[in-house]
Design a protein around this ligand. Structure first.
Ligand code: NCD
Ligand code: ZN
Ligand code: ZN
Ligand code: ZN
Length: 352
């Protein structure tokens, strides 16, 4: 028996497509094929490339490279750096947000200097979010800056109980703040690192069972606004090498994991749409895609297998896990782009 339901094409506000500069991990074609195979018809790409997206030239180069390669629609985020502040007014209409790294992670982008941080918050447009990678205490710093300069603040990959509490308080305070959670933080804990080794390592790291319960609660009470996969592929060679990079892929596992949660009664179908479509669409100002929808079979179970993935990295921390809820079809602007097995295209657009 099939139990087919139709949903709109989903939005992922936080992916690393790795082009240019790290196409051994992913590129525009493979990354957007992974998006389509995961039910995401729109993704927003992060700027932490080896040569970061912090100048109008780097942004334009990325847009030019993307054109003609995209299976899903792709929008871009600009990177915050000491040098990129001067370009904010020039690029703000071309991007969906400003990404600011306040902790060390993959790539060279990081701002810790108090004075530069003030400049960033003061110079960025009040119309579009500043997306922060700010863990634990650093998050408090980000919130006080957003408050001081009246910014729209979006907190990436919330993972700790204390972060949820701080965001909840800021929302009650009337701040223009939103946040996202990843599926690895919702479905895995620090216990899984023993089994996964470096394949279970990412920033922020997997947390405790208690933190995980708080994240689920925060989804239910709307403290958490959306899912961001933080699709951050690295090759198996890199993940088993000497200097192990942080990050895990997520585009193809997010929707089936969430559908499994719906089937278990952990999440309502309305909530699923809110956190994978309505909220990211509203908060990032993402345009409507006409005649775009996906179809899932709520009752079909399967096991995640590395060899079935579209992402170039060819692995997932969820390999071996059984899920119930399978993507059967994706239609983008009236074109069939996924039939449950094969991907057709490229029919995606660079959203600029
Ligand atoms: C991301 C990456 O590899 O680009 N890694 C990660 O562990 N999340 C960077 C990031 O989002 O912090
Ligand atoms: Zn430091
Ligand atoms: Zn991050
Ligand atoms: Zn990321």
């Amino acid at each position: 028996m099939k139990n087919l339901i139709r949903l709109p094409g989903l939005i992922d506000p936080h992916v690393h497509l790795r082009e240019p500069g790290a196409i051994q991990k992913e590129d525009f074609q493979t990354g957007t094929k992974a998006a389509i195979a995961g039910g995401f018809t729109t993704v927003l790409d992060m700027p932490n490339n080896p040569i970061p997206t912090v100048t109008p030239e780097a942004l334009q180069q990325k847009i030019d490279l993307a054109k003609g390669q995209l299976f899903s629609d792709v929008g871009f985020h600009f990177g915050a750096s000491r040098e990129s502040i001067q370009y904010f007014s020039k690029v703000q209409d071309l991007v969906f947000g400003l990404k600011l790294y306040m902790n060390h992670t993959t790539g060279e982008l990081l701002i810790e200097d108090e004075f530069v941080l003030e400049e960033v918050f003061s110079a960025w447009t009040k119309e579009k979010p500043i997306m922060v990678h700010a863990e634990a205490d650093t998050l408090k710093k980000a919130i006080s800056l957003a408050k001081k300069f009246n910014n729209k603040l979006h907190v990436c990959h919330v993972s700790l109980k204390e972060e949820v509490e701080v965001i909840k308080a800021a929302k009650q305070d009337g701040l223009n703040i939103s946040c996202e959670v990843t599926c690895h933080h919702l479905f895995l804990t620090e216990e899984d690192v023993k089994r996964l080794g470096s394949y279970g390592m990412m920033k922020p790291p997997l947390r405790s069972k208690e933190d995980q319960e708080v994240l689920w609660q925060a989804l239910t009470d709307s403290t958490i606004d959306m899912i961001g996969s933080d699709h951050a592929p690295h090759t198996k060679e890199e993940k088993t090498g000497k200097k192990i990079p942080n990050g895990v892929p997520g585009l193809e596992t997010t929707l089936p994991l969430l559908l499994t949660a719906v089937n278990k009664g952990q999440l309502s179908q309305e909530k699923l749409i809110e956190i994978t479509l309505t909220n990211p669409k509203k908060i990032f100002g993402i345009p409507e895609q006409k005649k775009t929808w996906i179809e899932v079979d709520m009752d079909e179970s399967y096991v995640f297998k590395n060899e079935n993935l579209q992402t170039k990295c060819g692995w997932t921390p969820f390999a071996g896990m059984k899920v119930t809820g399978k993507l059967k079809k994706v239609v983008l602007r009236g074109q069939l782009v996924f039939d449950g097995k094969n991907i057709f295209g490229p029919y995606g657009r660079a959203m600029v």
